[in-house]
Design a protein around this ligand. Sequence first.
Ligand code: SAM
Length: 218
Amino acid sequence: MIKLEDTYKHKGQRKALVKLLREKGIQSEAVLEAINTLPRHFFFDSALASHAYEDKAFPIGEGQTISQPYTVAFQTELLNVKPGDKVLEIGTGSGYQGSILHLLGAEVHSIEYQAKLFERTKKFLGKLGIPLKFYFGDGSQGIPQQAPFDKIIVTAGAPIVPTSLLNQLKIGGILVIPVGDRKTQKMLKLTKQSATKIIKEEFNNFAFVPLLGKEGWV
Ligand code: SAM
């Protein structure tokens, strides 16, 4: 990780990134402000830090990636986070997406399946003073002991919508999840209207690393 220094140059690069995200169709001022506030270069390895404000996904080790800023913005906008929402994030990764949710006022529970990433990100966000609640394990099963959640966001590509996640959503809650094959997935927004009624909306294609685990890719 790089020295945690946020300069005028970085702030300028963030402003340009926010402008680009706006041009690409992101409308939520709260989401854009969170991206404008959070130094994405803090979440990068020093060798790649100069690329932190490009609208691209980058490797974070262990074969995983920090999602493209547009993807983070798109998923977060669909999630419609309100201050105080209890949000479950599947796939902690670098901690960037979870930190954006925290800046929006959510109580964030984040679960990661890769032991090394889990340890590293938990330690790093502790140092940054970002108080996510971290869990290690198979997020395709959710976190039953912490359910129900107002919102659930899955940041890895799933083969199906895991029933466990729908079960752990409050009535009125929202699940945002990319579903498809191992290479490309359609972004889905599922709103739980009642215990038996789910409204499904489909959006563009994205390319995520696979969601592993019992209700993911084995
Ligand atoms: N949200 C992350 C960020 O802001 O950097 C990016 C996530 S990365 C695209 C996908 C993450 O999902 C990886 O860290 C991967 O290890 C994790 N993952 C895959 N399957 C998982 C599972 N069943 N439970 C929890 N995490 C999982």
